[in-house]
Design a protein around this ligand. Structure first.
Ligand code: G3P
Length: 223
């Protein structure tokens, strides 16, 4: 398990975080993590995982993996392939890649079997409480309506973060709670941590910044 607070940068499918840009961004994240002493992990697209793993030492997560077993599943992402590529973990059920309840269960179980870190994404307090019973390593609460807006969840909807932490820990004290959506500045991160989360999952605020490395350093400058 990684030390907290943890910053997880989801590369999504932005041009600025794809292909060669993804590799360069990963170098920036590693440098920012080393310079600040803050734990930073990344979640590039599946096709970019292998070159990035060969380039940096920070934790690398997949953005998704499918609830499938080896065999006939054209176009899917096989958990064993993720593991063999050398990744450390995976996002699960991101709001841009939702899974059924049964598939969430299967994928979390698979991460345990393969010794991968699980970051299970949720959209509200109720689903977060339900997610806690799957016993993932992390739950990341992200209200979908704030994703990509630049309006930080930690300031626009502090109650959802506080209530999520409380409800999850009533059910499972071992789960580390992250929050995300609209996070980009040092104030946003500080507020997120003060609300009881132990890190953030974020994307556009860093990826679309003119100077991505400086944006990462600014993000962690107040903690
Ligand atoms: O997974 C991170 C995420 O959905 C938040 O995106 O662009 O609002 O930081 P963004």
């Amino acid at each position: 398990m990684s030390k907290t607070p943890i910053i997880i940068l989801n590369y999504k499918t932005y041009t600025e975080s794809t292909g060669k840009n993804a590799v360069q961004l990963s170098r920036y994240v590693q440098e920012a993590s080393e310079e600040s002493g803050v734990n930073m992990a990344i979640a590039p697209q599946a096709v970019d995982l292998y070159p990035i793993i060969n380039e940096v030492d920070i934790p690398v997560y997949s953005q998704h993996m499918d609830a499938i077993t080896p065999g006939g599943h054209t176009g899917s992402t096989l958990p064993e392939a993720i593991k063999e590529a050398g990744v450390n973990g995976t996002l699960i059920n991101h709001s841009e890649q939702r899974l059924t309840l049964a598939d969430i269960d299967a994928v979390v179980e698979k991460t345990k079997e393969l010794e991968l870190t699980s970051v299970l994404c949720t959209n509200n307090v109720k689903t977060s409480a339900a997610a806690a019973s799957f016993n993932p390593d992390y739950i990341a609460i992200e209200p979908p309506e704030l994703i990509g807006t630049g309006i930080p969840v930690s300031q626009a909807n502090p109650e959802i973060v506080e209530n999520t932490v409380e409800e999850i820990h009533k059910i499972n004290k071992d789960v580390i709670v992250l929050c995300g959506a609209g996070i980009s500045t040092g104030e946003d991160l500080k507020a997120a941590l003060e609300l009881g989360s132990q890190g953030v999952l974020l994307a556009s605020g860093i990826i679309k910044a003119d100077d991505q490395k400086q944006a990462l350093l600014d993000l962690v400058s107040l903690i």
